[in-house]
Design a protein around this ligand. Structure first.
Ligand code: BTN
Length: 262
């Protein structure tokens, strides 16, 4: 056993994120757990970690395959004093924070893809799902969920995603300590989050642009039954992707699945 509640608690002691940890050997979804905790008033920085999930959730109502003993499935409660539209900066920030940490394991091979995938050798190694609880006064809290494929083997991925997803272990050829990784992850998240709270999206955006292969490329974004294509030119203040269409029209896309075409 590489981690359990006690080991995690000992390693998170005194930290900004994880001063309170809920650890489950198995759960439905750490995002659902964190959301319920948020509703009952759990403090900012409360972290949920699971060894496996049987209802792991992905973006756009997809599922997130979450076998035991291999990966990181974690969610944290945030209570930032920002506007609802600024809240979409948070998953972008998380992508940057994860990418910076993973780069230590695979230098130069980590990229970010809008909206918030982290890629390793062009394959998805991490997914991020944020959910917001809004009240008439603004944001009550936000749940930031992060799934990282750490030690998962090639044959553990479903056939459907086997060619487009990967794990750190597959790409580096060695087993990675989930404990070390999750500690570094939350430390780095704290660094970026505190910067954002000082109202500075600039550095996050700059780092994101540095890490993405999308700028200047033709990108197709599919959302529900709508498809938009254009040249990616930047990232807007609310985290939307800026595209220049064939008709030279600048548009901003807030949600969807992006594919780099050329
Ligand atoms: C995506 O579709 O790319 C987002 C995947 C997010 C998965 C993580 S795993 C921890 C947290 N709990 C969930 O149910 N989902 C997120």
């Amino acid at each position: 056993m590489d981690w359990n509640k006690e080991i995690l608690e000992n390693n998170f002691t005194g930290k900004f994120f994880g001063h309170k940890i809920h650890y489950y050997p198995e759960t439905g979804s750490t995002n659902d757990d964190a959301f319920s905790l948020g509703i009952t008033g759990a403090q900012e920085g409360t972290v949920v970690i699971a060894d496996s999930q049987n209802k792991g959730k992905g973006r756009l109502q997809r599922s997130w395959h979450s076998p035991s003993g291999a990966n990181i499935y974690t969610s944290v409660i945030l209570r930032p004093q920002i506007t609802t539209s600024e809240s979409s900066r948070i998953p972008i920030l998380a992508g940057v924070a994860v990418a910076e940490v993973l780069d230590k394991y695979s230098p130069g091979k980590i990229k970010v893809k809008w909206p918030n995938d982290v890629l390793l050798n062009s394959k998805k190694v991490c997914g991020i799902l944020s959910q917001v609880k809004i009240t008439p006064k603004g944001i009550d809290f936000l749940v930031l969920g992060i799934g990282i494929n750490v030690n998962m083997a090639h044959n553990q991925f479903s056939e459907e995603i086997r060619d487009s997803a990967t794990s750190l272990a597959i790409e580096t050829g060695r087993e990675i300590s989930r404990l070390e990784l999750i500690i570094s992850l939350y430390e780095n998240l704290e660094k970026w989050y505190k910067q954002l709270l000082q109202n500075e999206f600039g550095p996050v955006k700059e780092k994101w642009l540095e890490l993405t292969p999308m700028i200047g490329r033709t990108v197709q974004v599919v959302y529900k039954d709508e498809t938009i294509s254009g040249t990616a030119t930047g990232l807007d203040e609310d985290g939307s992707l800026i595209l220049l269409t064939a008709g030279n029209k600048e548009i901003r896309v807030l949600a969807g699945d992006a594919t780099i075409k050329r």
